[in-house]
Design a binder for this molecule. Structure first.
Ligand code: SF4
Length: 296
């Protein structure tokens, strides 16, 4: 249920993942609060957006060079626009739910965002998908809240909202200590279960690779708040006809993932610091936002 865990996911978290994470642990030097010592300390005075550090679609990382050295913006393709609008929809639906506005109107919010003037894509399809997401989140949140009203008669409405929808959604946080942007937006942090979530819309590639995103955000959380964040979760949203499909990948943010994120950050920061063009690979993904620039 987007960021709500279902029964099987909760069992997996409590009986398998969390105990394993406790047993394996995390090496102290790979905790975000050690941002001022190697290997977390950035080599170069360069700050990169999280998506550029983590994105793996360009085989040579030329996207980093084009964006940060040449200052070029990519084109808004249909999948990019779909991703932007679905992310916004999720964020707004949770904001409405936290205000107990479970019947909030999707159309008036969507129109107020002026997407169709600013972005490009097949808006008929995007609007239909976004409405599905909106309705799904608000009805799931309402069901949770009402079920708690019945089972917890002594909890105040504020307390019940904070515990039934325990999510910081689109949480703004600075990644400066780790060489990332000063204004990051974390898709979701579940403060009751201590899980970092990242949302992927229409993603068809290597799901393991996506684990690097929550890993980066967990390191940033640790650097700012100095609390351990050991569990990450990618939420994959896809649409099939009139149906929305939600799948999750819950995992331990272990030493390997942390080291991998640091390596990606350092390699990409070097491209920017040295202003070196890494060149064009033999083949490029069809949906790369820089295809018209690279001519591939
Ligand atoms: S078009 Fe190819 S080389 Fe250029 S940024 Fe995209 S993937 Fe990289």
């Amino acid at each position: 249920m987007v960021y709500f865990l279902d029964e099987l996911e909760s069992k997996n978290l409590l009986k398998s993942l969390r105990p394993k994470a406790r047993q394996v642990g995390v090496t102290e030097e790979l905790r975000g609060w050690n941002w001022d010592t190697s290997p977390l300390k950035p080599y170069h005075d360069v700050s990169l957006p999280m998506y550029l550090i983590c994105a793996g679609y360009c085989p040579t990382s030329r996207d980093v060079y084009l964006s940060k050295v040449k200052g070029m913006k990519g084109e808004y393709t249909h999948p990019v626009t779909m991703g932007v609008i679905i992310h916004d929809t999720v964020g707004q639906a949770f904001r409405e739910a936290k205000l107990k506005k479970f019947d909030a109107d999707f159309s008036s919010w969507y129109e107020s965002m002026d997407y169709e003037k600013r972005l490009s894509g097949n808006f008929e399809e995007i609007r239909r998908c976004a409405k599905m997401v909106w309705n799904f989140i608000l009805s799931a949140a309402k069901a949770r809240f009402e079920s708690c009203l019945v089972t917890q008669p002594y909890g105040s409405p504020e307390e019940l909202i904070l515990t039934t929808i325990p999510f910081l959604v689109e949480h703004r946080i600075s990644g400066r200590l780790l060489g990332t942007s000063g204004m990051l937006s974390v898709d979701c942090f579940d403060y009751m279960r201590n899980i970092i979530f990242d949302l992927k819309v229409g993603f068809k590639g290597d799901r393991y690779r996506c684990r690097i995103y929550p890993t980066g955000y967990a390191l940033v959380f640790e650097s700012v708040y100095e609390v351990p964040v050991d569990i990450g979760c990618n939420v994959f949203i896809n649409f099939k006809g009139e149906r929305m499909i939600v799948e999750k990948d819950l995992f331990h943010i272990n030493d390997d993932l942390r080291s991998w994120w640091i390596e990606e950050r350092d390699n990409k920061a070097e491209i920017v610091y040295e202003e070196k063009d890494p060149g064009i690979p033999p083949s490029c993904p069809d949906d790369c936002i820089y295809r018209s620039v690279c001519g591939e």
